[in-house]
Design a protein around this ligand. Sequence first.
Ligand code: SAM
Ligand code: SF4
Length: 417
Amino acid sequence: MSIITSITRMWLTRSIKPFTFQNEYDQLLPFSECENMGLYVHIPFCKSICSFCPYCKVLFSKELCDQYIDSLIKEIHLVGSQYPGKKKVTSLYFGGGTPALAAERIHEIIEALEEHFIITEGIGLELHPNDVTLEVLSILKNAGVTKISIGIQSFQPKFQRILGRKAVDAEKLREALSRVPFGTVSMDFIFALPGQTPEDLQADIDGAFRIGANHIAIYPFIDFSFTSSQVKAMPKKRKKALMDGMTAYCLEKGYERSTIWTFSSEKEAQYSSMTRDNFLGFGCSATTLLTDQFKINTFSVEEYCRRIDGENLPTSLTLRFTRRQRMVYYLFWTAYGTRVEPQAFERFFGVPLKKMYGFELKLAKLLGFVEEKDGAYCLTMKGAFYYHYYENYYTLAYIDKMWGIMRREAFPEEIRL
Ligand SMILES: C[S@@+](CC[C@H](N)C(=O)[O-])C[C@H]1O[C@@H](n2cnc3c(N)ncnc32)[C@H](O)[C@@H]1O
Ligand code: SF4
């Protein structure tokens, strides 16, 4: 499995040097010159833990959550005060875990961030279906949240059972969403579950837009090695048929593909924290991506709070990119948005995309993975499937390994990928 990712990495970075994450941290983060930068805040608490979920999370306790948020606010000031004045950023996303469990304190976190940053494209936050109540939605809206994302997974009880989750009351959701509107209402689904058919997915897609979503994310089920889930990944052929079917269905309905996994019924509806050139992450397991480095905070809530108590940043690992590594990282996540703009690449790296990856682009065009539209390279349906297929390898070879280690060790010595 990891042979494919290793060969691709060596080819595209023109080096045998792996991505090496080291146990080092800087007190100062060089973000002042970074453009197109987003903010991410991780809230790692859930009311119950799903067996299939790989994210950094622990069981909710009010006391621990309050202590964590106090630390989070300190971390924001530790980083934000490094910039004189207020830095313009694109978006702010709260992910988890289930950030809606801390609804009453979200306004404090936003206020702390707004002391240092000007957020220009809205604020997004993740909710579990149980949190979609008039009360929680109103608190979030009053705090300044403009986009919400709800983890539905499936409207069908049989798939919820497979995932070990409870059935979703769609009517209750519709009612609450109609009374407290948000600019973007996104809903998450998981596909490639055992026995799932194109009709099952179509029913989920229709259901989402019917009860008030204007954006959906349909993720392929990934069987992470460190989770206790018994659900097995679907064979490639059936998965491809499902993915092609759901893409064709969404396009036929007039929904726009905004990233590999997301479709929207309104152009303004956007929900993606990953497609930024740079981002600053706050909270445990949050990542920070800057011009020449990538950082990951510790996954341990206790160690996170301890570091912050000592006025130190909670970075666990730092990767210092070679230039080509940064280009590969840039291209990977820009392609996730299904479109790579050569001018944006040149602005970021100061060198034409064609000069660095002319051969690869030609090959991708020849194989039917990309096509040129209005001067940009756009993924075709085939390209999107193979991107997904490769991303699956990447997730299992890189993310699975890294998160598996980070869950066990708060500050690992070194990880080479
Ligand atoms: C942080 S959760 C969303 C908010 C909330 N905690 C919830 O579960 O409703 C993020 C999303 O990741 C997706 N996800 C989690 N584990 C996954 C897996 N093993 N494979 C694919 N998608 C997964 C789910 O769609 C989930 O809604
Ligand atoms: S899927 Fe959501 S609710 Fe379930 S454990 Fe993961 S973050 Fe928590």
